[in-house]
Ligand binder design. Sequence first.
Ligand code: SF4
Length: 447
Amino acid sequence: MKLVSRESEEPPSRGDAIPTNFTHSVNIISPLGAGTVVPPAPISALPPIPSAPRFPISPRSKEFARAFFPDVSTVEWNDWRWQFRHRIRTMAELERIFVLSDEEREAISRHKGALPVGITPYYAGLMSRYDANEPLRRTHIPVGTEYVQTPGEADDPLSEDHDAAVPGLVHRYPDRVLFLVTGTCSTYCRYCTRSRMVGQPGGEYSFSKSQWERALQYIEAHTEIRDVLLSGGDPLTLADEPLEYLLKRLRAIKHIEFLRIGTKVPVVLPMRVSRNLTRVLKKLHPLWMSIHFTHPSELTREVSESTARLADAGIPLGSQTVLLKGINDDVDVMKSLYHGLLMRRVKPYYLYQCDPITGSSHFRTPIEKGLEIIEGLRGHTTGYAVPHYVVDAPGGGGKIPLVPDYLVGRDGEDVMLRNFEGNTYRYKDSAGNVGSDRQPKVRKGKA
Ligand code: SF4
């Protein structure tokens, strides 16, 4: 790699692998008006980038790029469109980088339909070449269990399709909606709740401009909606122009107070957080962002830069993490992740019990594991580092928070409570009744 790194911000060209067929996803809705195609500017016609700041490349990424993409310049490496076009998707591309296990090879060759394999070169560089059990690799390279359906699993366990008011718009809670704006992601997580619909252009689910318009009309007509969460797929795989168009349309609706974007892009494609993107986003406040993190090994210099740019643009950042067996189901791993996030100005927000999508048994932990992690954090570290642990109720019941049980029982007017060290304390609660159904067993402490 050449060592001059400059962020490239030209608009996507027609040669990009990002589909320009809008029936699937992205790129060509014009802010100028419905149906207008934004012509790609030839690179030579673009003004020079005045003072585009350097995007850092960690030593690990440099080494990986030298080994597997030796002809790539740092400008290309730091161009999110180059990363997107060069995602690792086929058996041959995977085998060029990874020493695949027999099980991985067989699972990859069996795969058909939605949730394809897709890994950005940047993110592949964080994975182990040799160890099929390395956490990030396990989340992105399929194994045979993905094809085994166990009891309680379903393709759409949260009944999102049932709760769709119009295609692509889930209206489950009274005052807010989930707007699925694209089926494209920069990487495909094997435990994805929307595995039925992502990464399959021309499949059962379509993401089109007319679908956007129907969703916008629905939101305009429903004045009780004050909060819109953009998700997908990953909204930040949209180019700046259609993303700005969509966000501006939403911002123009008077009763919409609050916009949110759910994304994994700042983690797996951090160079997508360009100066132009943050310029667009900061005009649309209040805008919040939930970023999907999995493991502390994602906390690279590049991710420090992407989160710093977003935070500097005034966007409050929260994380969402799926609890995954053998990947992050450990108090120390989670503590390290959450401490790293706080250092990057990201508040650990949700820890999700893994949804029972078809073929997810190898990822799901018992509920006790999630409670054990929360108990291992609460009181043992900064309160800001403790997320809400939730189960998204199958059948569309919404998020149900779970907390370890700190209520010991009741002794007359006193509620008996257990602290993080296991000591029991009394709280005078004369008017209350909480805990009266429990016989307190006082072990030690100030009771
Ligand atoms: S980035 Fe999100 S939507 Fe895309 S595959 Fe991963 S979990 Fe699913």
